[in-house]
Write a protein of this length. Structure first.
Length: 119
């Protein structure tokens, strides 16, 4: 893919703002995966790919992790999430989603699924 799809300039301020205002679940997961703490993989938070800003991204694995809170618990949001995942997957990325409560209540399971999606 020759055109730039990562870290588009027009999303720079939005990404920075999101990094400053992580949700509690995002902050909790970030604490455990930043600085190559998880399997030596480097993750970025609030990384943009095309017009989307994803919660976490591991370039080595082409893995996107999305955390979903209450706002995702309705049909319209879930359909938008599915379309977003389809578009990102069509570009060759793997997208996995976790409910916020899963991050707090069963982090080991989250880590297992992340590792299972490593290439």
């Amino acid at each position: 893919m020759s055109e730039k799809v990562h870290s588009l300039k027009y999303l720079e301020q939005k990404r920075a703002a999101l990094r400053k205002t992580l949700t509690p679940a995002e902050a909790f997961l970030w604490k455990h995966i930043k600085a190559r703490q998880f399997q030596g993989r480097r993750f970025n938070r609030q990384h943009s790919i095309n017009n989307y800003i994803v919660d976490f991204y591991c370039a080595k694995e082409k893995l996107i992790i999305e955390l979903d809170g209450e706002v995702h618990n309705n049909e319209i949001a879930q359909e938008k999430d599915k379309e977003r995942s389809r578009e990102l997957e069509s570009l060759g990325y793997t997208v996995i989603r976790f409910e916020n409560k899963m991050v707090f209540e069963n982090l080991a399971s989250v880590f297992m699924e992340m590792q299972d999606n490593f290439k």
